[in-house]
Design a protein. Sequence first.
Lengths: 165, 116
Amino acid sequence: MIPIQGLSSGVFSAFPMASAHQRVEVTLDTQLESVDLAENIVVRVAEAAGFGEDDVHKLGMAVREGVINAYNYGNAQDPQKKILLVVEFEPEKMIVHIVDEGRGFELSEVADPLAEENLLRTSGRGIFLMRAFMDDLAVRRGPTGGADLVMSKKLPHRAAGNGRQ
Amino acid sequence: MALQGTCRDVGDVAVVDFSGKITLGEGSATLRKMVRQLVDSGHRKILLNLADVDYIDSSGIGELVGAYTTVRGASGELKLVHLTKRVRDIIQITRLFTVFDVQPDEAAAVNSFKQS
């Protein structure tokens, strides 16, 4: 583990593992600034992984929405709680985990923001946007019982169907 | 860039030229405050020019919806003009084109407000 100090929130640790499996893990404070920070981190990782501009934007936005969720709902803006951001790579895809210290939730509990009766709601679109921007989204139970939002996107050379190893 | 907005009048229409990002925190609060101030000062025809807004998140969308319902609640009209591609895409996928009146240009937008 190579801890890299210097970010305004948390410690940035890089875990170089097998070439096909690399992982970045960041512990974020439950504060508004962590939303921008998480987005910026993922944007840089996505650019380094070779994603195009459009997909980099989508990845950044999806992570932004996930951290907003963790900040507002999971950790209820409690500064004592932390948000864990993990970015890892498998041969085919980039996977992002956003883990909060709340009570967890089920995706089925989330109201459909496209339903007529919900269109004029001022909140409730975050999960929908994450689903729209990523290839997959699931919610698991995190280690302390909070939500572990798991989202993934196929790596660019894989998504294009160029399957050469 | 944090959201900034400047107001100008075109006839009886208040046009707000925004630039920056409409996101959780200062950005969305700025939008909310400006629209509220316009409504409180008696404006009932409000046009938001988003030509220089290249980024909006779910909180920003929520504030736009909130602004819409605030103006409607005061028996006014709120319209949007000059959406950038990214903002347009978000409005599209969230079905908010069925809510917002998005006009192609400022002249068309100003003319489209009901005569009072």
